[in-house]
Design a protein around this ligand. Structure first.
Ligand code: G3P
Ligand code: CA
Length: 258
């Protein structure tokens, strides 16, 4: 069956810097919600980045923080609430009363919205990693969902926890992976990404240097720094020859061919 979704591999062909919407169109919409993802699609981004964690009943919920306080009207840890409980929370009002009633998406809702329109970069948060690799580990559930949705070619899974990415690489028919680095000056990242067969490398924009980008390019791996959220930061990343940026405001790439 043909995958009707835009392909991750096509992103390497882009003649212009790629625009990856950080948690959706986060600058103007409540992060990691369906309305933020729709706004990013409408803005014509090349990929949408989003975060996933496990609920108490081990379902995948789209949220960045391990705690509910900042982006919902709930309290306590995400992992102490069932998905039914999480679904009752308001995930929009904190940002602006106009978005009251927006809910935390389940991971299953995102492909419904994005399929055929935009590839997804799904970040598995480090705190969701379980070293004992239970049968329903977050990475295993996610890969199964991607396969069920026929989106293997159109999802890029990233994580700061590279053991999650190694587990994914070991699964049959797994989607591509991207390595996140908070401290890109650490030695050997290019070799490690190559060993991992990472599609791309996503370093922090704060620490990135031009020689890091060059080393990654020498092993054929594109570089998408996170999160360049000002025009100045976007310019700095592109001057280093980054292949695109993960940004909360896709319109910052205007004028760069983005
Ligand atoms: O995936 C890039 C970026 O989102 C990583 O940092 O904290 O925004 O999830 P964070
Ligand atoms: Ca993220």
């Amino acid at each position: 069956m043909n995958d009707p979704h835009p392909r991750i591999s096509d992103l390497k062909m882009s003649p212009r810097p790629l625009v990856i919407a950080h948690r959706g169109y986060r600058a103007k919409y409540p992060e990691n919600t369906l309305i933020a993802f729709q706004a990013a699609i409408d803005a014509g981004v090349d990929m949408i980045e989003l975060d996933v964690l496990l609920s108490k009943d081990r379902k995948l919920v789209v949220i960045h923080d391990a705690n509910l306080e900042r982006t919902t009207n709930g309290h306590g840890e995400v992992g102490n609430h069932t998905m039914a409980e999480l679904k009752k929370l308001d995930a929009g009002r904190w940002f602006d009363p106009r978005f009251a009633g927006e809910r935390l998406p389940t991971i299953e809702e995102v492909p419904d919205q994005a399929k055929g329109k935009v590839p997804l970069n799904i970040e598995i948060k480090r705190s969701a990693y379980e070293p004992n690799s239970p049968p329903d580990a977050i990475e295993t559930q996610l890969v199964h969902l991607v396969r069920r949705e026929n989106m293997t070619e159109s999802v890029l899974i990233s994580s700061f926890e590279w053991r999650v990415l190694e587990n994914i690489r070991a699964m049959e028919g797994a989607p591509s992976v991207a390595a996140l680095s908070r401290y890109p000056d650490a030695d050997g990242h290019a070799a490690a990404c190559r060993k991992l067969k990472a599609f791309s490398w996503h370093p922090s924009y704060l620490e990135l240097r031009e020689d890091h980008v060059r080393e990654m390019h020498e092993v054929g791996i594109p570089v998408f720094p996170y999160n360049a959220d000002t025009r100045e930061d976007v310019e700095r990343m592109l001057a280093m020859h980054a292949d695109g940026v993960i940004t909360s405001d896709p319109l910052l790439l205007r004028g760069f061919g983005g």
